[in-house]
Design a protein around this ligand. Structure first.
Ligand code: FRU
Length: 484
């Protein structure tokens, strides 16, 4: 029911490639194409071809979930950013649609330059969808001397064609450097007005900025919603990016990433943090200063959530700039399983696979032989209950380790064979915590303590394990996931 149209400006053919690919294959053919690659994750979203990063504009319209994402349609590397588009009824079976947003064009060179950067979709009270995103200008050098402005895009009713884009915020407030991006917009019933948060820095402190608008088109800067403590600046953090700000029950949750940050204790970067607190009268008051690290693994960034009825559902980009997919792959970048976000009784943000996972990919129990399991090339899952202290899970392919998960002295760790030991990917867990491990062609997602502790890693080696060895005092349930 979605019209397949290529939106091109005269003379610009650079963008055509991706749309062509999509148009030449009907939905089922693309599905078959994706499934014919045994190294491609099956229940995780990936682009048909070429580069993807952040999930964008997540929204639910009628019975459809719309997913947009940062896409470089002509290359497997990051470059001029477009918005890719896919639609699903169940969050797992996706129909890929042509490119939704294009970057501005450089008229002298007739090249797509700059970028349609991350942003959100927002359904207005009259039911109309609006897309807010950042455009990075100008162009020749995508990494330096850039400027970032905020725009609105208005799609046609079929959500395939963008009829026009307009600038809504052009000037930065005083003290804000060139990182000024990734709008998240919502309707604030208390204020009877729209609110937007943006990632930026103020006088070099990484910060989240709050804007307000009576109509969604003209915006005014209200002030900083949050300024990161000095420590993060000292640790290299230059600005906030990808802020997400939403309500769960009577609490508000702020999620953000820090550009340039390196955790000195572990050497890790690309970390996402959450704060829980109260938001009233345009002031966010965190419950305390302690950031919750959203993921103790290597590959979980740029999370964005949907507000869908009474659920908050999120995807994150599974990627790490340091451990990239080996060259030669037709695509780069994948998304996490869709996760439902909740708060536990300590107000920790918990993430767990959405219930649709069990419906679209139901579990089929595998019986083991004294802790040994034979694994076919299908997504699988391990669930442990009881005492987990002393657990060791090793997955191997032809005898070579694909990944290892252990709990020793309350430290839950995920280890890949290529780790050199200088950084350990660990989190503190209760010895009687529930533990769930999901594996899909090299994507390892770990959920513990009801999803309050999550670890995600993307392995590109030995990604089709054929054997699982589980030593644990807990009760282990091992399942294969088979698509309905
Ligand atoms: C995060 C990010 C965003 C930006 C986008 C550009 O991964 O840097 O801040 O909008 O990617 O692709």
């Amino acid at each position: 029911s979605y019209r397949r149209e290529t939106v091109l400006r005269d003379g610009i053919t650079l963008w055509q490639f991706h749309a062509d690919r999509i148009e030449r294959h009907a939905g089922a053919e693309i599905d078959a194409l994706l499934r014919s690659d045994p190294t491609r994750p099956q229940c995780h979203f990936s682009p048909v071809v070429n580069w993807m990063n952040d999930p964008n504009g997540l929204c639910r319209i009628g019975d459809d979930w719309h997913l947009f994402y940062q896409l470089h349609p002509t290359n497997t590397e990051w470059g001029p950013m477009h918005w890719g588009h896919a639609v699903s009824k169940d969050l797992f079976s996706w129909t890929h649609l042509p490119v939704f947003l294009h970057p501005g064009q450089n008229l002298e060179r007739l090249e797509a330059t700059g970028g349609a950067f991350s942003g959100t979709a927002f359904r207005d009270r009259d039911g109309k969808l609006r897309f807010y995103y950042t455009e990075r200008l100008p162009a020749y050098d995508l990494f330096r001397h850039y400027r970032e402005i905020q725009k609105i895009a208005e799609p046609s009713d079929d959500m395939v064609v963008v009829e026009g884009t307009r600038v809504v915020i052009e000037e930065r407030p005083a003290g804000v450097e060139h990182d000024f991006r990734d709008p998240k917009v919502w309707w604030d019933a208390e204020k009877n007005a729209y609110r937007m948060v943006l990632g930026a820095s103020i006088d070099a402190d990484p910060a989240v900025l709050l804007y307000g608008s009576p109509c969604g088109k003209v915006w005014e800067y209200i002030g900083p919603l949050y300024r990161a403590p000095d420590r993060y600046k000292a640790e290299g953090a230059r600005a906030v990016e990808c802020p997400d700000f939403f309500r769960i029950g009577d609490k508000w949750v702020l999620i953000m990433g820090f550009v340039g940050h390196n955790d000195p204790a572990t050497g890790r970067h690309n970390l996402l943090y959450a704060l829980t607190g109260d938001f009233a009268d345009d002031r966010f008051v965190p419950d305390d200063d302690a950031f919750q690290l959203l993921d103790f693994g290597t590959d979980f960034y740029a999370l964005q959530s949907f507000s869908a009825g009474d659920r908050q559902v999120a995807f994150a980009w599974l990627f790490n700039w340091e451990y990239r997919k080996p060259a030669g792959s037709p695509y780069s970048g994948e998304l996490s399983l869709p996760r439902e976000l909740t708060l536990d009784n300590r107000n920790r943000l918990c993430m767990n696979p959405v219930t649709e996972y069990g419906q679209v990919w139901p579990p089929v129990r595998l019986s083991g032989n004294d802790g040994d399991y034979a694994i076919a090339n299908a997504p699988f899952e391990i669930a442990l209950e009881g005492l987990i202290e002393g657990t060791r899970i090793v997955a191997t392919q032809d005898g070579d380790i694909s990944f290892e998960i252990s709990v020793a002295q309350n430290m839950l760790s995920i280890t890949l064979p290529q780790d050199d030991g200088s950084i350990r990917y660990v989190a503190l867990v209760r010895e009687d915590a529930d533990l769930r491990v999901v594996h899909d062609a090299g994507i390892i997602e770990v959920f513990a303590e009801g999803g309050a502790i999550c670890g995600t890693r993307r392995n590109y080696r030995n990604i089709t394990p054929d054997r699982l060895r589980i030593d644990t005092p807990a009760t282990a349930l091992v399942c294969e996931r088979r698509r309905t």
